[in-house]
Design a protein around this ligand. Structure first.
Ligand SMILES: [Zn+2]
Length: 419
């Protein structure tokens, strides 16, 4: 199964054209596999790439010299034949992930392999301005730098924004819940941190993390929906590719229409999924104080156990589930995914009433795309978004590992050097 996954990651790549681009391509393939599998054996690399053992050894050696991988203990899983050396992503190869939202700015270092290192959540009493986000992130990053491993390299910054982001220059075109419009946040952060910054929509990067590392790693058609303080966002992987659309804005699943004459939405329309199914309604229903919203999921589930209070909360949840099902039904009809991953507060709706959502998605006695859709929960919190944001920063490194790390005369845009 392990090998099947690897073959799938390599499928479609064309190993071996001309010599220079072949070497770059092979380095990229090997690093990509070590990263997405979070460690593979040399034997698996040989089988997956079709390259011979000495070529794999040379490529791994070059990646190790670049500080990107470590060759470590023998593969314990190997039961037959000779044991094989494991190649692990280096913990010193890091990206900085940043995710501003209306009540918190989340910052974390993420190492190759998708490991979150020392995450920091900075709470704000009101939605932060762009200048405040730059100051907060700069202060946190400065603090983090004192505790980094001796041999490390920050490849860049991945910025996940709850809004529309220009895919070319990272300008936040609109983040309605934050009150931002046409804000060059990526450029300002890059100036402040002296690192390249790549920005994208938060739910889209979450979908990417799910497709690379999470429940969706073996799935080629997946829909990811994330419910946060700023509404509901989504990302779609179809045929193994993240759908971007003509101008990079595909996946605005929160604006799927679910109720005629429904609530006013920030997009100007009414009855959108994110206007009808909100985190705020759940917070208000259980009377959770501001600053404790991290515990929303457990607090809601606890409240449902309390008989005197559960009826009102239960009715709100039931209503939200039915509206979410209407939205998901459109999405399933449109995209025919095999897996739907729900993250953020949408997890609560599934946990509070297991089975209701998948039941509501089906039409009894009818066959169709909803028949075999699995529904899974993303890991708790912003982890998928932070891991997905790091993918933005790792992408140019993985595409051309040696080229990315080659010392440049012009320092602009180069990754930070080890301290
Ligand atoms: Zn809308």
């Amino acid at each position: 199964m392990h090998d099947e996954r690897i073959r799938r990651s390599v499928a479609g790549t064309n190993l071996g054209n001309n010599r220079d681009s072949t070497r770059q391509h092979n380095l990229s393939t090997v690093l990509g596999l070590v990263h997405s599998m979070d460690g593979v054996s040399r034997a698996q690399l040989t089988r997956a790439t079709g390259l011979n053992r000495s070529t794999i050894a040379a490529l791994v050696g070059e990646l190790a010299q670049l500080g990107l991988v470590l060759e470590s203990d023998l593969d314990q899983a190997q039961q037959h034949g000779r044991p094989s050396i494991m190649i692990e992503p280096s913990p010193g190869a890091l990206a900085l992930s940043v995710n501003p939202d209306i009540d918190v700015v989340s910052v974390a270092l993420v190492s190759l392999g998708g490991h979150i290192v020392n995450p920091v959540r900075f709470h704000t009493v009101r939605p932060p301005s762009v200048a405040e986000v730059v100051n907060i992130v700069t202060a946190i990053y400065t603090g983090m730098r004192t505790s980094l491993p001796a041999r490390h390299r920050i490849m860049g910054v991945g910025l996940a924004v709850p809004g529309l982001v220009d895919p070319v220059d990272g300008t936040v075109i609109e983040a309605p819940h934050l009150g931002w419009r046409d804000q060059p946040l990526a450029a300002l952060l890059s100036d402040a941190l002296k690192l390249p910054v790549i920005a994208a929509n938060d739910a889209v990067v979450g979908a990417r993390a799910q497709a690379t590392f999470g429940a969706g790693r073996d799935v080629s058609d997946l829909v990811y929906l994330y419910g946060g303080a700023s509404g509901i966002g989504g990302g779609v992987v179809s045929g193994g590719r993240l759908i971007r659309g003509a101008t990079g804005f595909a996946g605005q699943l929160g604006h799927t229409h679910v109720r005629s004459g429904g609530a006013q939405c920030t997009c100007g329309s009414t009855g959108c999924l994110e206007a009808e199914v909100t985190r705020e309604e759940l917070i208000a229903a259980i009377g959770l104080p501001a600053g404790e919203t991290e515990n929303l999921e457990e607090a809601v589930l606890e409240k449902l156990q309390d008989e005197s209070a559960s009826q009102e909360v239960g009715a709100i949840i039931e209503r939200q589930i039915q509206l979410l099902a209407i939205g998901l039904k459109s999405i399933v009809n449109l995209l025919n995914p095999s897996l739907i991953v729900l993250g953020g507060f949408l997890r609560i709706l599934v946990r509070a009433s297991p089975g209701t959502l998948s039941e509501a998605l089906r039409t009894p006695g009818r066959r169709g795309p909803w028949e075999n859709v699995a529904i899974e929960l993303a890991p708790l919190g912003e982890d998928p978004i932070l891991v997905g944001a790091a993918e933005l920063a790792f992408e140019p490194l993985i595409r051309d590992p040696a080229g990315f790390l080659r010392p440049q005369d012009d320092d602009a845009g180069a990754p930070s050097q080890p301290m």
